[in-house]
Design a protein around this ligand. Structure first.
Ligand SMILES: [Zn+2]
Length: 301
C-alpha cells in the first residue's frame, strides 16, 4: 500500500467532509444538542483538513451518508472526487434503505469509484440496517472482502434502537466482511467486548465513546440522564481493559466537524487515559491501516 503511510502521522478513522449544505445541517444538529459546540456551519474541506493537520493527522477515513435515496449517487461521487483532490483521504460509499439493488451499488462504489467500503449511519438515516433488506449489501461486501462501517450505540441520544440479534446472525453468515462497530455500541461496552472477542471480523471505533467515558468520570450527573437516559458507570469500568486487550482492532477518530469538541480536545481526551504508546499507536493509525491492508488497497481496479 504505497500511498498509506502510518509512520508519518496520525490517522483519523472518522471524518465527515460532505457537501456544504450537509455540513451546515450537521453543525445545526450538533449545536442544538450541545449549545456552544465550536463547529462552524461554513467550514470548508480545506479548513477541516488544516484543523486535523494541526494535531498531527495526515490521513483520514471520510464518511458520507444519504438522508434521502436520491442523495446516494451524488454523495458517493462527491466522496470519490474529494479523494481525488485530497489523496490523504480514504473515501467510503454509502446507501439508503430505499436504494434498489444494494449489491450493485456497493460493487460500483468499490470497483468503479474506488471507495474503500460502505458506511451506514442508520440512526441519522432513520432506518434499520440489521435486517433482510440489507442482505444483498452484506453478501456483496463478504464476496469482495470489503469492510462495513456501521453506527452503533448512543440509543438514548438518538431515541432509536437496532436489532443486535440480527447483527449476530449477519456476523455468523458473512465472516469475510470486516465490520466496524462505530462508537462501539456506547455505552454498552461490555457487549462491545463480547462481540469483538467472539467474532474475529469485528472491529470497534471508539470515536466519541472515549470522550464520553472521560466525561462520565469528570462531569457525572444531570447531563448523563438528559442525553443518555441511564447511568453508565458500570459499563465505563471495562473501558480501559477493553482498549488494552483489543487495541489492534480498535480505531479512533474525531467525527470532525461534529465531534466532542475541538480536535485538540479530542486528542487531549485520548491522552488523558495514560494508555501505552503501543496502544495509542493502534488507535491513532495502526488499526486503521491494518484494516485497510486486510481489505485491500482502495482504488479502481
Ligand atoms: Zn460520525
Amino acid at each position: 500500500m504505497d500511498d498509506i503511510t502510518p509512520d508519518k502521522g496520525r490517522w483519523d478513522a472518522h471524518l465527515h467532509i460532505m457537501p456544504p449544505e450537509r455540513i451546515a445541517g450537521l453543525v445545526r444538529w450538533i449545536q442544538k444538542a450541545f449549545p456552544g459546540h465550536p463547529a462552524r456551519q461554513d467550514i470548508t474541506p480545506g479548513e477541516m483538513l488544516d484543523d486535523l493537520r494541526s494535531v498531527g493527522v495526515t490521513n483520514a477515513l471520510n464518511f458520507v451518508f444519504p438522508l434521502r435515496e436520491e442523495e446516494t449517487e451524488p454523495l458517493n461521487l462527491f466522496n470519490r472526487d474529494l479523494a481525488n483532490r485530497y489523496p490523504q483521504l480514504i473515501p467510503f460509499g454509502s446507501l439508503h434503505v430505499e436504494t434498489p439493488r444494494k449489491d450493485e451499488v456497493a460493487e460500483q462504489c468499490i470497483l468503479e469509484y474506488g471507495l474503500a467500503g460502505i458506511k451506514l449511519h442508520p440512526y441519522a438515516q432513520r432506518f434499520e440496517v440489521f435486517c433482510p433488506q440489507f442482505e444483498p449489501l452484506y453478501r456483496k461486501l463478504d464476496e469482495l472482502g470489503k469492510p462495513l462501517f456501521v453506527h452503533t450505540g448512543f440509543d438514548a441520544f438518538y431515541g432509536r434502537t437496532q436489532d443486535l440479534d440480527c447483527l449476530r446472525g449477519i456476523l455468523e453468515k458473512y465472516p469475510g466482511m470486516q465490520v466496524v462497530l462505530v462508537h462501539s455500541l456506547f455505552p454498552r461496552l461490555r457487549l462491545a467486548r463480547e462481540l469483538v472477542s467472539t467474532y474475529d471480523q469485528v472491529w470497534l471505533d471508539m470515536t466519541n465513546s472515549l470522550s464520553m467515558v472521560r466525561w462520565s468520570r469528570t462531569a457525572p450527573g444531570a447531563m448523563w440522564v438528559e442525553h443518555f437516559g441511564e447511568e453508565p458507570e458500570a459499563e465505563m469500568d471495562c473501558f480501559e481493559p477493553l482498549v488494552e486487550e483489543f487495541s489492534r482492532r480498535i480505531l479512533f477518530g474525531t467525527d470532525h466537524p461534529v465531534g466532542m469538541g475541538t480536535v485538540e480536545q479530542i486528542y487531549a481526551d485520548l491522552d488523558s487515559f495514560g494508555f501505552s504508546e503501543a496502544v495509542k499507536a493502534d488507535l491513532t493509525g495502526g488499526s486503521a491501516v491494518a484494516l485497510l491492508e486486510k481489505t485491500g488497497r482502495p482504488g479502481p481496479t
